[in-house]
Design a protein around this ligand. Sequence first.
Ligand SMILES: *Cc1c(COP(=O)(O)O)cnc(C)c1O
Length: 230
Amino acid sequence: MIKENIEQVESNIAKACARAGRNRSEVTLIAVSKTKPIEDIQEAIACGMTEFGENKVQELTHKMEVIGTDVTWHLIGHLQTNKVKYIVDKPLLIHSVDSVKLAAELQKEAAKKQTECKILLEVNVAEEESKFGFHYDEVLAAVQEIAAFPNVHIQGLMTIAPFVENPEDNREIFAKLHKLLLDIKTRNIDNVNMSVLSMGMTNDYMVAIEEGATMIRVGTGIFGERNYNI
Ligand SMILES: *Cc1c(COP(=O)(O)O)cnc(C)c1O
């Protein structure tokens, strides 16, 4: 089933890229394997997947240990400051930096371990109360502050759009985040690289690609529904 699912997602990505006049190579597909067993990840690897996303630090570090780092790992869930020490020296992209305080903790631990870390800033574009992330209007000031942290490197922006029946309803949100990314990019801030736009999940990744996503995070569409009760 995973193989067929990946083929379906790939075909949808190709269609969305074609509609937007984009090249397939501009979009990185992250398989979101949270709650799924190691065997599912291995099956996805056998189908050619090379990027995996997890939302919990403990689950991520465990899976990294078992699977290894020939594949690329992404932390996409909320990160508590007290967990930073467990992941700061791991080769991964942290999509979910949602406060300057968290970035400062990453700087502190990265300096201590003489390592560097790559991050995205999570933006709560839709201003949903239940979600983490910077307010849209705070992002530029946060980027400027975090840019001064020598061991922390901003690579771009991420958002989790609302769950909607019709993915078209999220188009404006994706377009708005893309605009912010371009605004920040033109400022050429030292130690800031605005090359990654992480947006779009199973329900809405095609619209996200049409609006400029460079990373899409697909869980259910690849691994099937998640069961949180087992
Ligand atoms: C779970 C999760 C996803 C994947 O969600 P699906 O709807 O299953 O594709 C993507 N991004 C984040 C941040 C998530 O937590």
